[in-house]
Every structure is written in structure tokens, then in C-alpha cells.
Write a protein that binds this ligand. Structure first.
Ligand SMILES: Nc1nc2c(ncn2[C@@H]2O[C@H](COP(=O)(O)OP(=O)(O)OP(=O)(O)O)[C@@H](O)[C@H]2O)c(=O)[nH]1
Ligand SMILES: [Mg+2]
Length: 493
């Protein structure tokens, strides 16, 4: 028995020797699967043939599969660490395909630390070790529980920040894409089989061979169109994932940072009456009705500053303006006129970008709407909409959100195309390999005089079918893509 320290305590007599699994299997891994820090509940996952041993060492004696069992988890000296739940999933009916355990304890830092230390103390010669990033999912993949599109789908659903992203990612994480690609791949293989039969046709069969070939052509064409639709759907998803960038711009002291704070609902940016307070671009993300919006506060624009740091801030603001999706021009109603420096900057760096004009400090002037109308009348810029907002009191913030929402909805109007939460890797294979392969096949079909056209056609179908395999992680060059896929995972996944 390797773990002799357990035999010293009366409480536990371990019947499980780590030697039983260490020699034959990969190490048993464990990790905190919930986020680090204080929380109501923390989940620790264990996977590998030593899972049961780990539970036993924490005092467990019941092994009802897939049932939550209430238990007092104990340290090696027999003292109780915490009372919680564990679920034992004997392999292969588990997430990873191996024996697995999920332990739920209270999410206090001391509890989690003590639990992890107890498990870590079991490790001898690396038979039980802390999991690497993505290792649970990697094992699920290696054991055939998930294909690569599902692995990536799980990554996408964990990364989803908005409702729309979640909706687009839920299908792929549940294996929808896998089924679809398998279906397309199988259909291509079937068409290849039919073409092989054609080679055996004699001249008398010419009519039926033409019919068969044109049937194959139609099927391939159909798959080609669906693949093209998929690529568009993934494009839309990438747009959704990146979200829209909205940038606040205006002269110093205009009320940009005040407005940013009102929009995000907290004191994120420093606000002061000193002109030139904001220097760097400050970016904050909000979920606006399902869309991810990155709001950027910028340095006030003026051309006459002698301050080196402020000028660097203004340069960064200009950079931001040139790459943003929507501009919010912040106009303080307290100023006699619209800043020419600001108008010049927008015309130069933000021409063509949708623009909303926000009149600020309406509470500090008489008849603010009239003043605002006069400023709008004189402004030499094309803008989409305008409104006044008192950032300090948050008056008008909800109307501003409505206007931003209209612009963002225009931006994300996918004209009926559903966003598909697949990875960029999948999109690239579809775009660079599958689609060109199918297109080449369809072109070859039209080259009726080519005596080798059936052979070439079949070759292109094989190429496209192999590429579907690559998408699912079942083709050639799989090893090199695995590292790329799993490198984006965090510990405990
Ligand atoms: N009364 C009133 N004061 C406002 C309003 N918006 C901003 N202020 C005040 O105006 C001053 C400047 O506000 P900031 O938000 O720091 O202005 P800014 O545009 O970020 O300024 P810089 O960072 O210097 O470019 C602060 O004293 C704010 O409290 C408003 O709607 N009403
Ligand atoms: Mg500011």
C-alpha cells in the first residue's frame, strides 16, 4: 500500500491502491472548476482512475453512481473540512469518459484551499496532479466523448457574454454542428461511391450514367450552398462576439466621463471640473439588449494643448475615432459654440461613422432645448440623432440607450441569417478547403469533354470530405490543430 499514512488513522482504511491505476493509466487530475475567490458554492472536479481513491481519502464510503451524496469531507487527520455534496460518475458514462467525481463545498477561500491541499497531499510521483488548462475537455475528446466542434462549442458557451452570443453557441456545444458535418461528409462519401459505380458503366448505359452524374451534381451543389450559408452564419457570430464599439468624443470638460459613468451605472472614470482630466482611452463593456457594446471614454479634443501627455491622449482618441462603429459627440450646452477642433477631428477621422450628438449640462442653461437646436443648426456634420442628457442626474440616459440600440440593431441586422456559434478555425476550414473543393468539383462537372472528369470530380469530393473530418478532429493533421483548440481553455474545463 503506497498511502500508508491512511492506515495510521483509525478512521480510514483505504482499500484502494494508487498502484492499481497509476501504472496503467494517465494521471488522475483535479481542479477547482468554479472561479477562484469567495462564492456560495465551489466545485472541484476529479477525473481519472484515482477518482474513487481521492473521495475515499476524504472519508467517502458510498458509491451510488450519478447521485448527489451529502458528506462531511475530512482532512487526513480526520478533522472535518466542510460538509457538502459529491457525485461519483463511473467511467465511461462521465464527461471525460473516465471515472469522475464532482465535489461541491462552500466557496470560502479557506475551505477550497483545505480541500485542494488534501487532494494535493495524495499526489505521489505525479499520479494525482492539478489539471492543466482544458485538460478535462481534452480527455473527453481523447476518449471520444466529444468531437472538436463540441469542444469549441463548450469554449464559446463559456465565453458568451450576451444573450445573443449564448443562443448562437448553445447548438454547437450540444453537438448540432457535429451532426451536420457528419451528415454532409457522409453524403459526399455516398456521392463518391455512386461515381465509382459510373466508371463501370458501358456505352449503352449512357443515359442512366448521365442521370446518375447529374443527381450527384445536384446533391453536391446543395451541400455547397449550405456550406456557404454556414460561413455567413459564422461571420455574423464573429461580429456578435466582437460586439459594437461606441466612442465618446468632445472637447475637454464636455461631460464625457460623466456620461460614460451614467451609461455603465457606476463611477468608473474620473470626473472633475479640470479640463483635460481623461488622458487614456478607457474601455468598458455593457450588455445592451443582448448586444455586447464596448464604450470608450477619450481625452477631450483640443489643438492648443502644450501638455505632452494630454497630446498623446488626444492622439489615442483620434485613433479610436477612426476604428469605432458609433460616435457619441458630447456637446456641453454651457459653451457658446460647438468646438471647431472637435468638428474638424470628426470630419477627418470619423467621416461616415454613425453619429449621435449628446447635449450635456442641460441643467446649467436656460431653455436647454432651444440652445441645443441652435447648436445643431450650426454644426457642420452629418449626424443620425441628437438628444440632451444630464449625466449627473442620469436624465435622458435611457433615451440615449434607445438611440444607441437602434444604431446597433442596424449594424447587426443579419437579414434573416442566423448567427452560428462555431469557431474561427471551423470557418477557415469551410472557407479555405471545403467550399473551394466543392466549387472545383462543380466546375469540373461542366467540363464534359474531359475524359478524366469523374476521377477529378471524385478527388475534389474526397478533399472536401477529409476537410469535414478535420473540422471534427478526425482527419489528417489533427494533432497540430488540437493544441490550438485546447490552448484557449482555462483550468477546470
Ligand atoms: N451640472 C452638470 N454638470 C455636469 C454634467 N455633465 C458633466 N458635468 C460636470 O462637468 C465637469 C466635467 O465633467 P467630465 O465628465 O469630467 O468631463 P470630460 O468631458 O470627461 O472632461 P475631460 O476628461 O477633461 O475631457 C464635472 O465637474 C462634471 O460634474 C451635467 O449634465 N450637469
Ligand atoms: Mg473625462
Amino acid at each position: 500500500m503506497i498511502f500508508s499514512r491512511y492506515t495510521c488513522t483509525k478512521r480510514f482504511t483505504l482499500t484502494y491502491s494508487i498502484r492499481n491505476f497509476a501504472s496503467k493509466h494517465s494521471p488522475t487530475i483535479y481542479a477547482l472548476s468554479t472561479a477562484a475567490g469567495k462564492s456560495a458554492i465551489a466545485v472541484i472536479r476529479v477525473s481519472g482512475s484515482g477518482s474513487k481513491f481521492v473521495l475515499e481519502s476524504l472519508g467517502a464510503t458510498k458509491w451510488d453512481a450519478r447521485k448527489a451524496i451529502l458528506h462531511s469531507f475530512r482532512a487526513q487527520d480526520g478533522s472535518v473540512i466542510d460538509r457538502g455534496l459529491y457525485t461519483y460518475f463511473p467511467g465511461p458514462r462521465s464527461y471525460t469518459g473516465e471515472d469522475m467525481v464532482e465535489i461541491h463545498v462552500h466557496g470560502g477561500t479557506a475551505v477550497v484551499r483545505a480541500m485542494l491541499a488534501s487532494i494535493q497531499a495524495l499526489s505521489q510521483n505525479g499520479e494525482i496532479r492539478y489539471a492543466e488548462a482544458g485538460e478535462f475537455t481534452r480527455r473527453a475528446f481523447d476518449n471520444g466523448k466529444l468531437d472538436l466542434t463540441q469542444v469549441e462549442g463548450i469554449g464559446e458557451i463559456i465565453d458568451a457574454e450576451t444573450e445573443l452570443q449564448r443562443k448562437a453557441a448553445v447548438g454547437p456545444s450540444g453537438g448540432h454542428m457535429h451532426q451536420l458535418y457528419r451528415q454532409w461528409q457522409e453524403s459526399l462519401l455516398k456521392q463518391m461511391g455512386m461515381l465509382t459505380a459510373l466508371i463501370d458503366f458501358t456505352d449503352e448505359d449512357i443515359d442512366s450514367s448521365d442521370k446518375l452524374f447529374s443527381g450527384v451534381y445536384k446533391s453536391v451543389h446543395n451541400i455547397r450552398d449550405q456550406v456557404a450559408g454556414q460561413i455567413k452564419g459564422i461571420d455574423q457570430f464573429e461580429m456578435l462576439r466582437n460586439g459594437a464599439s461606441v466612442t465618446l468624443i468632445g472637447e475637454p470638460n464636455a461631460g464625457k466621463s460623466t456620461l460614460l459613468n451614467a451609461l455603465v451605472g457606476r463611477d468608473a472614470a474620473i470626473v472633475s471640473e479640470v479640463a483635460g482630466t481623461t488622458r487614456d482611452v478607457m474601455e468598458l463593456t455593457v450588455d445592451l439588449r443582448g448586444h455586447k457594446i464596448t464604450l470608450s471614454d477619450t481625452a477631450g479634443i483640443r489643438e492648443d494643448s502644450l501638455d505632452k501627455i494630454e497630446n498623446e491622449g488626444i492622439r489615442r482618441a483620434k485613433d479610436k475615432i477612426s476604428s469605432t462603429d458609433l460616435l457619441l459627440l458630447v456637446l456641453p450646452l454651457t459653451e457658446p459654440a460647438v468646438s471647431r477642433d472637435v468638428v474638424k477631428t470628426i470630419s477627418r477621422y470619423g467621416a461616415g461613422t454613425p453619429l449621435i450628438i449628446v447635449g450635456t449640462k442641460p441643467d446649467l442653461v436656460e431653455n436647454p432645448q432651444h440652445k441645443f437646436n441652435l447648436m445643431l443648426r450650426d454644426i457642420d456634420l452629418n449626424y443620425d440623432t441628437a438628444l440632451t442628457v444630464n449625466g449627473c442626474k442620469k436624465d435622458g440616459v435611457s433615451n440615449l440607450f434607445d438611440l444607441i440600440s437602434v444604431q446597433v440593431n442596424n449594424m447587426f441586422d443579419f437579414k434573416g441569417i442566423e448567427p452560428i456559434g462555431a469557431s474561427h478555425r471551423v470557418k477557415e476550414i469551410l472557407k479555405q478547403e471545403v467550399l473551394p473543393g466543392l466549387d472545383r468539383a462543380l466546375t469540373i462537372y461542366k467540363d464534359a469533354g474531359n475524359p478524366d472528369r469523374i476521377t477529378f470530380f471524385t478527388e475534389e469530393l474526397r478533399y472536401a470530405a477529409d476537410s469535414f473530418g478535420k473540422i471534427m478532429g478526425k482527419g489528417l493533421d489533427v494533432e497540430e490543430i488540437l493544441d490550438v483548440v485546447f490552448s484557449s481553455f482555462c483550468i477546470g474545463k
